[in-house]
Write a protein that binds this ligand. Structure first.
Ligand SMILES: C[S@@+](CC[C@H](N)C(=O)[O-])C[C@H]1O[C@@H](n2cnc3c(N)ncnc32)[C@H](O)[C@@H]1O
Length: 272
C-alpha cells in the first residue's frame, strides 16, 4: 500500500519486545524511508532495519559513561534532522512509545519546525502496556498516576494512595548523567523514605522488567517498600515500578451512584 501523504521525518515507536511489537503501520512506513536512525540495542534489530532502508544508523552508541543525557539527546536529534535535510523521508525509531518518557522526539520536532521540515509521530507498544499485561491490571479500576523516579523526589509530588502508582526510570535515580553501572543499595534510601511518607513500610512494590525478546521471560520482583535496598541489583535501567493502591477508594457521591442505572436520568444526559 502506498503512503497517502509523505512527511520528512517519521518518529516511530517500535515497542519493547524485539521486532515482534512493531506495528504494521510502522513496518510500512520504515519501508519507504531512505534512512532509519534508531535507539535500541536488541540483537537482530539492525538486520531488520537494513532490509527496510538503504541507510541505517544506530544512535545508541552516542551514550557515553558519565555524560549528560540531555547533551546526548541533542546530538541524536541533530543527527536525525541533518539526515532529513540530506535525504528525506527518514525514520527515527525508538523502543516503546515515542512520546512516553522520551525527550529526543520533542527536540527533533522543535528543530524540524525551525527548518520547515514536516514530522509525523507514530505510536508503539510502551513498557506501560507490557506492565499492564505482566501484572494483569486494568488501570481503570482504581485510576492510575505515573511519575519519573527522580522527578518525584525533586518536585515532591503528592501520591494519591487510593489510586495505583507507576514509577519510571528507577535505574537512573538521582542523576542526569548516563551510567551503565549497577546501583549501590544506599541509592534508594531517599526514595524509600519518600514513599514511606504515603505508604506503610510493608506496602508492596512490583519491579517489572517486561519481556524484551521472545526467548526471554518477563521478570517481576515483589518486595516491601522498607526492603527496597535488598533489591538494588534488579532495579536496572529497564525496570518500571508498580505500587497498588493502599485500599480501594470508596464511592463518595452516593446521589450520583443512585442515578447510574436510571433510564430517566440517562434521557436527561442524551440529546433526543
Ligand atoms: C527513557 S524511558 C523510555 C520509555 C519508552 N518510551 C516506553 O514507551 O516504554 C525508559 C524507561 O522505560 C521503562 N522500560 C523500558 N524498557 C522496559 C522493560 N523491558 N520493562 C519494563 N520497563 C521498561 C523503564 O522505566 C525505563 O527506565
Amino acid at each position: 500500500m502506498r503512503h497517502i501523504m509523505s512527511y520528512d521525518i517519521y518518529i516511530v515507536g517500535i515497542g519493547i519486545k524485539w521486532i515482534e511489537h512493531i506495528t504494521l503501520e510502522v513496518d510500512r512506513v520504515l519501508g519507504f524511508c531512505k534512512e532509519i536512525l534508531y535507539i535500541e540495542r536488541a540483537p537482530g534489530i539492525e538486520e531488520y532495519f537494513a532490509e527496510k532502508a538503504d541507510f541505517v544508523t544506530n544512535l545508541t552508541d552516542l551514550y557515553s559513561e558519565d555524560s549528560e543525557r540531555t547533551e546526548t539527546y541533542h546530538e541524536m536529534a541533530t543527527r536525525v534532522v541533518d539526515s532529513a535535510l540530506e535525504h528525506s523521508p527518514v525514520a527515527f525509531a525508538l523502543y516503546g512509545h515515542p512520546t512516553i518518557y522520551a525527550y529526543p522526539p520533542f527536540l527533533v520536532r522543535e528543530m524540524a519546525a525551525s527548518l520547515g521540515l514536516s514530522v509525523k509521530l507514530l505510536p508503539g507498544i510502551s513498557a506501560l502496556d507490557c506492565l499492564f499485561c505482566d501484572l494483569a491490571i486494568d488501570p481503570s479500576v482504581n485510576g492510575i498516576q505515573m511519575f519519573e523516579a527522580t522527578d518525584l523526589l525533586l518536585r515532591e509530588h503528592p501520591i494519591n494512595t487510593a489510586a495505583a502508582t507507576v514509577i519510571w526510570q528507577i535505574g537512573s535515580l538521582e542523576t542526569a548523567l548516563f551510567s551503565s553501572a549497577r546501583s549501590a543499595a544506599s541509592r534508594f534510601d531517599r526514595f524509600r523514605d519518600y514513599l514511606l511518607r504515603f505508604f506503610p513500610e510493608h506496602h508492596p512494590i512490583y519491579a517489572v522488567y517486561s519481556q524484551p525478546h521472545p526467548m526471554l521471560k518477563s521478570q517481576v520482583h515483589k518486595f516491601e517498600i522498607s526492603k527496597i535496598e535488598q533489591f538494588s541489583t534488579v532495579l536496572h535501567s529497564a525496570v518500571t515500578l508498580y505500587l497498588p493502591p493502599r485500599m480501594p477508594s470508596e464511592v463518595k457521591n452516593v446521589e450520583l451512584l443512585s442515578k447510574l442505572q436510571d433510564p430517566n436520568y440517562l434521557r436527561n444526559l442524551t440529546a433526543t
